[in-house]
Design a binder for this molecule. Structure first.
Ligand code: NAD
Length: 316
């Protein structure tokens, strides 16, 4: 834990509370402040978490429906807003959540002027772009969790198929956190072996049909979980906590977070996920590398989809 590490979590719903729990039990934050407009809910969630404090000492948890709890946070993670209903796309949520952010962001920046801001609320790429606009902060300090969760889902799928630990599977989903996202197969590796050469029991590598199946399973993972239990929370809680950890520990970790890009492979003025160095400055640097023409075209298509949403919402 860093000497002074306060993380404010905005929204005490399924995602916000799982994130708070992960931050506490992994001892990533010294203080976690939980804020929600629903007083009864946030107070109950804080109490429930605090009842476990014996097991995550010396970290502390507090919060309520007074935005003052956010004051001087080092990192603010925004999970507040409406969520995806079964069958609803992430972009359908946009207008409601942009309006909430428009009201919240300036207030948050007044209370925590030096914080790094991480958007988790969906559509998180659109909201990251909007939050930069509403806050006036530099783009490294306001970004979204992007495809960190999707990449973890991909690694799990590949680990299941190959029998290799998720830690030794290196694979990324990039682009929109949503329907136009895609796996960077050309860069994926199992240990030191390119995924496209990987053989199982001496048999041929994963076929292109299998790769398509995996990509589709990752893309539709949220819909499947939401259908069964109404929300996705644990894996996004862990993904958010991982990003916060990289910031607070000034790790220089490479994570596929989503920040506003400036001339990245010809893409500008839109937030989407690409491999990014995450440290105490936030999304400090995006990494350029060789991708195939097909992947570059998919990334441009993803950027075009997001740009179109930004225009529809009047954000650009
Ligand atoms: P939820 O309905 O359980 O919780 C949302 C909370 O936000 C509620 O408690 C509500 O009272 C609160 N809220 C609403 N307006 C607020 C405001 N102005 N200020 C403070 N709090 C406010 O929803 P959830 O399941 O926790 O999901 C939250 C968001 O996270 C959704 O947009 C969802 O789509 C998104 N999400 C993103 C990812 C990702 O990978 N980026 C993954 C899962 C969920």
């Amino acid at each position: 834990m860093t000497v002074r590490s306060k993380v404010a979590v905005i929204g005490a719903g399924a995602v916000g509370t799982s994130l708070a729990y992960a931050l506490l039990i992994k001892r990533i934050a010294g203080e976690v402040a939980l804020y929600d407009v629903n007083k009864a809910k946030v107070e109950a969630e804080v109490l429930d978490l605090a009842h476990g404090s014996q097991f995550f000492n010396p970290s502390s948890i507090y919060g309520g429906d007074d935005l003052e709890v956010v004051r001087n946070a080092n990192v603010v993670v925004i999970t507040a807003g409406a969520k995806q209903s079964p069958g609803q796309s992430r972009l359908d949520l946009a207008a409601t959540n942009v309006a909430i952010l428009h009201e919240l962001m300036p207030k948050l920046v007044r209370l925590a002027p030096d914080a790094i801001y991480v958007l988790v609320t969906n559509p998180c790429d659109v909201l990251a772009y909007a939050a930069v606009k509403f806050s006036g902060l530099p783009t490294n300090r306001v970004f979204s969790s992007g495809t960190v969760l999707d990449s973890s889902r991909l690694r799990w799928q590949l680990a299941e198929r190959t029998g290799i630990s998720t830690d030794s599977v290196h694979a990324l989903i990039i682009g929109e956190h949503g329907d136009s996202e895609f796996p960077l197969w050309s860069q994926a590796k199992i240990g030191p072996i390119p995924l496209l050469d990987w053989k199982i029991n001496g048999m041929s590598p994963l076929t292109s049909d299998e790769l398509d199946e995996i990509a589709a399973a990752v893309k539709n993972a949220a819909y499947r979980v939401i259908e069964g239990k109404g929300a996705t929370n644990y894996a996004i809680g862990l993904s958010g906590a991982r990003i916060v950890e990289a910031v607070l520990r000034d790790e220089q970790a490479i994570l596929p977070v989503s920040s506003v890009l400036h001339d990245y492979l010809g893409i500008s003025d839109v937030a989407l996920s690409v491999p990014t160095v995450v440290n105490a400055q936030g999304a400090s640097r995006v990494l350029e590398f060789e991708i195939t023409d097909g992947e570059a075209a998919k990334l441009k298509a993803s950027a075009a989809t997001l740009s179109e949403s930004l225009r529809t919402l009047g954000l650009k």
